[in-house]
Design a protein around this ligand. Structure first.
Ligand SMILES: Cc1cc2nc3c(=O)[nH]c(=O)nc-3n(C[C@H](O)[C@H](O)[C@H](O)COP(=O)(O)OP(=O)(O)OC[C@H]3O[C@@H](n4cnc5c(N)ncnc54)[C@H](O)[C@@H]3O)c2cc1C
Length: 280
């Protein structure tokens, strides 16, 4: 099976979007699901959320932030290169129905897969407000795409260099917005903050969790999360969960468990030349 990269787009610094040939995945993919990519022999499994798919073209798209060895190496792949494997679709699809008014909040790289949900929610007859969160103006991407598919778009940056400064403005937005649902995809701290903002208004809030995951099929149990006091598997039960019931503190701690090893592995890879081809 060939997993050829058909297009590579630079979204922002260290953030890339690939469209890859993967007809088996494309024929079954739904918004909210993810894939596991292995770039080449001997490399680790990288779970990534599906950003788009076309059963007709037999393609899936995914966006990634180069945060460590595996994603940095993936970023060196070019159009025409082949990935060793793309497994999926994995996890449960998002619930897409006619909810009424939906607030979709994206942060950092996860804004890319969020837009697939925005599209599906619009097609289901919802009125959609999209919030695009980024660190600074340089990290804002796909704004035109978001504007083309949303009823309204807000931009927020950590430093206020573009749009609103931080997410505090969401308090005002949700208090008068009559939203019947919120979907948040982004860094865990951001999803936690959004869930706290919507909680007093009883707006059902769906978050897409990204615990450290290995097989993505429920066998290893590494991606355990606690939701509503119950242990769940991020891969089998998720990746989407009720943000008001999620134990975010535990998730943050578990995400950091391998930090020293991850840093070392990234450093060693960069020292070796940081190229996808074998170095002596
Ligand atoms: C269901 C799911 C969907 C995801 N979707 C996206 C996406 O669309 N785009 C994107 O950029 N990232 C996504 N991630 C996170 C992505 O998988 C990690 O950033 C990537 O595996 C890091 O690997 P690394 O070697 O580059 O970094 P490392 O240096 O190994 O790790 C950097 C940080 O990434 C996290 N991480 C490391 N390994 C894993 C792993 N196997 N599974 C999950 N997190 C890990 C940890 O918090 C770690 O501290 C998703 C994760 C999950 C579980």
């Amino acid at each position: 099976m060939s997993y050829r990269i058909l297009s590579k787009r630079q979204l922002a610094y260290k953030m890339k979007l690939f469209e890859v040939e993967a007809p088996d995945v494309a024929s079954k993919a739904r918004p909210g699901q993810f894939i596991i990519v292995i770039s080449r022999e001997g490399r680790e499994r990288v779970p990534l959320t599906i950003c788009d798919y076309s059963a007709e073209r037999g393609t899936v798209s995914f966006a990634f932030h180069e945060v460590g060895k595996s994603t940095k190496e993936l970023g060196t792949f070019e159009e025409g290169d082949r990935l060793l494997s793309v497994t999926g679709p994995l996890g449960n699809a998002s619930v897409i129905a006619r909810f009424g008014k939906v607030l979709c909040v994206g942060g950092s790289i996860m804004t890319a897969p969020l837009l697939l949900q925005v599209k599906a929610l619009k097609a289901a007859g919802n009125q959609v407000t999209t919030v695009m969160g980024c660190r600074t103006e340089e990290f804002l991407f796909m704004r035109e795409e978001a504007e083309a598919i949303s009823d309204e778009v807000y931009v927020a940056s950590d430093d206020g260099s573009v749009g609103e400064k931080g997410l505090d403005f969401l308090n005002e937005l949700v208090s008068g917005g009559h939203y019947s649902r919120c979907v948040a995809m982004g860094p865990v701290v951001m999803m936690k903050a959004v869930s706290e903002i919507t909680r007093p208004f009883n707006i059902p809030t769906i978050v897409s969790l990204t615990p450290v995951m290995i097989d993505g099929m429920g066998m290893c149990g590494v991606c355990r999360v606690t939701v509503g006091g119950r242990m769940m598997y991020g891969c089998l039960d998720g990746p989407e969960f009720d943000g008001h019931q999620t134990d975010f503190e535990e998730l943050i701690k578990r995400q950091r468990v391998m930090l020293p090893e991850e840093r070392l592995s990234s450093l060693l890879w960069e020292k070796s030349g940081g190229c996808k081809c074998e170095k002596g």
